[in-house]
Design a protein around this ligand. Structure first.
Ligand code: ADP
Ligand code: MG
Length: 314
C-alpha cells in the first residue's frame, strides 16, 4: 500500500512583482529548490522594465540609439513575445510599456490619462519596432521612447524554468505558483491530481468560481481583478488594449488557460483577454489550449476539453 501522507515542503518568495510559492515533497535536495528560486530572481533582475540597469531596462534606455546584447534567456523570451505579438496581430504587444507606464494601474494613483497622453503613448507601442538579431542575440527598439514590458509573459517563462529545474533534480510531484501562473506536476500529497482553485474575479481572494483537477498542466489566469481601480462605474485594470490605449473592455473579467507551456499560455491569456470571448477561443484553441472565461455578464464559458475536470463552486 502507498504511504498516504507525504511530507510537504513549501517555499515562498517575492519576485516578478508578485508572491510565489513552490510546493513539493520530501525527499528532495534543498539545493534544487534554491536553484529554482535563484533562477526566478535572476529572470526578475534581467527582465524587469522598472530597473534601468536590467537587460530590458537597457534596451528601453537605448531605444532609437543602439542595440543591446542580452542573455540567452532574455533573448528567448523576447523572441517569443515578438512572435505572440505578431500572431495576435498586436493584441499582445511586447512594446506596451509606454501605455502601462501612463496608466500606472495598481500603483495607487487612480487617474485616467488624457486622450492626447494616450495618443502619444499609442504611437510608441508597436511591436514591429522591436528588432531582434539572432546572430548576436541583441535587441533594438527603432524609435526613441519605445519600451518593452514583459509583464504579460515573463512569469510564464519563469514557471517553465522552475519546472525544468525541478524535473532535472528528480522531482516528480510539485505545485509551482508564480503569481497565478501555475504548473501542477504529477500528483498531490494523497496521490491524486492537484486541485487548483479558479479565483472569482468579483470576490475577495480565495473565493473560487470553481476548481480544476489537473496533472502535468499549466494553469494561467489573466484577470481584471488583481490590479484595478473603479471610476465612474468603469473598471480600469492592468490589461491594455493596444488598439485603444485603454484597459481592455472586452466583456471578460478573467480568462484562465490550461495547457502545456506556461510562457505560451501567459502571452495567449493576455491576448485572449484583449480579444474577447469569440476571438479569444479561436486563438487559444489554435494553439492547443483549453480555457475558462468569466464574463462581465456573470456567465462562465468553459471549453469542451475541461468539462470533466472543472467543478463549479456552488
Ligand atoms: P498577470 O500579470 O496578472 O498575471 P497578465 O499575464 O495578463 O496578468 O499580464 C498583465 C501584464 O502584462 C500587465 O501588468 C502589463 O505589464 C502587461 N500587459 C498589459 N497589457 C498588455 C498587452 N496588451 N500586451 C502585452 N502585455 C500587456
Ligand atoms: Mg499573461
Amino acid at each position: 500500500m502507498k504511504n498516504i501522507n507525504r511530507n510537504l515542503i513549501r517555499k515562498s518568495f517575492c519576485a516578478l512583482g508578485t508572491y510565489n510559492t513552490i510546493q513539493t515533497f520530501y525527499p528532495i535536495k534543498e539545493q534544487i529548490l534554491d536553484e529554482a528560486i535563484n533562477t526566478v530572481l535572476r529572470i526578475h533582475n534581467r527582465m524587469s522594465a522598472f530597473n534601468s540597469e536590467s537587460e530590458i531596462g537597457k534596451i528601453n534606455k537605448f531605444a532609437g540609439i543602439k542595440s543591446i546584447n542580452v542573455s540567452k534567456n532574455t533573448f528567448r523570451v523576447l523572441r517569443s513575445a515578438k512572435k505572440f505579438s505578431k500572431i495576435t496581430d498586436g493584441a499582445f504587444d511586447v512594446t506596451i510599456c509606454p501605455l502601462t507606464e501612463l496608466w500606472k494601474i495598481g500603483r495607487g494613483e487612480n487617474t485616467v490619462p488624457t486622450s492626447s497622453e494616450i495618443e502619444k503613448a499609442l504611437s510608441l507601442s508597436d511591436y514591429r519596432g522591436l528588432i531582434l538579431n539572432e546572430e548576436n542575440q541583441s535587441a533594438f527598439l527603432k524609435k526613441a521612447g519605445q519600451k518593452i514590458d514583459l509583464g504579460g509573459i515573463a512569469k510564464g517563462y519563469a514557471a517553465d524554468e522552475v519546472k525544468r529545474i525541478l524535473i532535472q533534480g528528480g522531482v516528480k510531484n510539485a505545485l509551482i505558483n508564480l503569481g497565478g501562473n501555475i504548473i501542477a506536476l504529477g500528483e498531490n500529497f494523497d496521490h491524486k491530481f492537484w486541485t487548483v482553485g479558479i479565483q472569482n474575479p468579483l470576490a475577495p481572494t480565495g473565493e473560487f468560481l470553481g476548481t480544476l483537477s489537473v496533472s502535468n498542466k499549466t494553469i494561467v489566469t489573466s484577470g481584471s481583478n488583481e490590479r484595478f481601480f473603479i471610476k465612474d462605474g468603469i473598471r480600469y485594470h492592468h490589461i491594455i488594449d493596444p488598439r485603444t490605449g485603454a484597459p481592455a473592455q472586452s466583456g471578460i473579467l478573467s480568462v484562465t488557460l490550461v495547457g502545456n507551456n506556461s510562457m505560451e499560455a501567459d502571452a495567449l491569456s493576455t491576448a485572449a483577454f484583449v480579444l474577447g470571448l469569440e476571438k479569444g477561443i479561436e486563438l487559444i484553441q489554435k494553439y492547443g489550449y483549453e480555457a475558462i472565461f468569466a464574463l462581465e455578464n456573470q456567465q462562465l464559458y468553459v471549453t469542451n476539453g475541461l468539462r470533466d475536470q472543472f467543478q463549479v463552486c456552488s
